[in-house]
Design a protein around this ligand. Structure first.
Ligand code: FE2
Length: 300
C-alpha cells in the first residue's frame, strides 16, 4: 500500500480569481469557502476547508497538487524514501503550512517538474459545504478525484510514481502519436493510470504537452443527475465543453470535459470504478471510451 492515500487538493495561479470562483460555484457546483488570503478563492467539495485554492498571479496555471498521507509518521517515512531516491524534498515554511491549513507539509518536484505537496493533518471546515445545486461529490477515502499530469519519459514516470511513491499500476493505454498531434515514433507512447487507494486511478501520466501544468482534473458526483445538471449549467453559462458525455473504458466513469479558466480541463463524472489491490489485474485498454467522449477539434 502506498503511503500516499489520495489526491487532497489543487493549487492554481490565476489572472482572474473571480472568474475561477464563478466557474467553481456556478458551473461545477462547488461551495465558496473562506481562507487566510481574502484575494484567493477557496473552493470546497466536502468537509475539507478547500479542495481547489486559486491564488492571484501573473499566469493561469496549476502550481501544485496536494497528496494526503495518514499521519506525521507516514510523512516522515515518505520523506526518507524520497530523499533516498535522490529527490530534493523541501520542507514547507510556516507560512506555507498556515496557508494550506495542514499540520505538516513537504514539497518535491517529480522528474518532469510537476510540483507535488505531501501533507497530513488537514483542517476541516465545520460549516457544511452546501452546494447551491445540491451537488454532492464522491470524496472520502477516494480523495477529491484524479489528476492527469504531463510526463515525457515513461520509464522515469513509472520508476518515480510506482517504485518511489508506491502508487500501483492500474491500467495502461497505448497512444498513437499521430492521433494526438505528435510526430510519429518507433517507440510506444503510453498513458499510465496509477492508484493509491480504492479509486481506480488518482493520477494518470501522459506524454502530452500541458502549458497550464495539467491535462485534466477529474471530480466525481454521487448521482448521474448531478452530471446532467452540470452539463445544463455549462450550456447556460457558455462554459466551453471540450468533450461530450461518454463512458471511459478503464474506470467506467461516465463524464464530460469542460475547460476551466486555468486552461486545463475538468472531467466531470459519475460512476467511477473502485478497485481492490488484492484482486486487481492491470491491463491495457485499446480505446479511451466505450461510447461517447467526442473531443472538440484540437483538444486531447
Ligand atoms: Fe480522467
Amino acid at each position: 500500500m502506498s503511503l500516499v492515500r489520495s489526491l487532497g487538493y489543487l493549487r492554481v495561479e490565476a489572472t482572474d480569481v473571480s472568474a475561477w470562483r464563478e466557474f467553481g460555484v456556478g458551473v461545477l457546483g462547488m461551495t465558496d469557502g473562506r481562507g487566510p488570503d481574502p484575494n484567493s478563492a477557496y473552493l470546497r467539495m466536502d468537509d475539507l476547508a478547500a479542495r481547489i485554492v486559486v491564488v492571484p498571479g501573473e499566469r493561469d496555471r496549476l502550481t501544485s497538487t496536494g497528496w494526503e498521507v495518514a499521519d506525521p509518521a507516514a510523512l516522515t517515512k515518505l520523506t526518507a524514501i524520497l530523499e533516498e531516491a535522490g529527490a530534493a524534498v523541501k520542507p514547507a515554511s510556516a507560512d506555507e503550512i498556515a496557508d494550506r491549513r495542514v499540520a505538516h507539509l513537504v514539497e518535491v518536484d517529480d522528474p518532469f517538474g510537476n510540483r507535488l505537496e505531501f501533507f497530513c493533518g488537514a483542517e476541516l471546515g465545520h460549516k457544511p459545504a452546501l452546494s447551491a445545486y445540491g451537488t454532492k461529490f464522491v470524496t472520502g477515502e477516494q480523495g477529491m478525484g484524479h489528476a492527469v499530469l504531463p510526463a515525457t519519459d515513461d520509464a522515469a514516470a513509472l520508476r518515480f510514481y510506482t517504485e518511489v511513491l508506491g502508487f500501483r499500476l492500474r491500467d495502461s493505454m497505448r497512444l498513437v502519436p499521430e492521433h494526438i498531434g505528435l510526430p510519429p515514433t518507433d517507440q510506444p507512447l503510453w498513458m499510465r493510470f496509477l492508484g493509491c487507494g480504492p479509486r481506480h486511478h488518482s493520477i494518470a501520466l501522459a506524454p502530452l504537452p500541458a502549458p497550464s501544468g495539467m491535462i485534466h482534473l477529474m471530480i466525481e458526483t454521487e448521482t448521474i443527475d448531478d452530471v446532467g445538471r452540470a452539463l445544463d449549467r455549462c450550456a447556460k453559462r457558455r462554459a466551453p465543453i471540450i468533450s461530450s458525455l461518454g463512458r471511459h473504458a478503464n474506470d467506467n466513469m461516465i463524464s464530460f470535459y469542460v475547460r476551466t479558466p486555468g486552461g486545463f480541463d475538468i472531467e466531470y463524472g459519475w460512476g467511477g470504478a473502485v478497485v481492490d489491490d488484492a484482486t486487481w489485474v492491470a491491463r491495457q485498454t485499446t480505446a479511451h471510451s466505450v461510447w461517447g467522449h467526442r473531443f472538440a477539434p484540437g483538444a486531447q
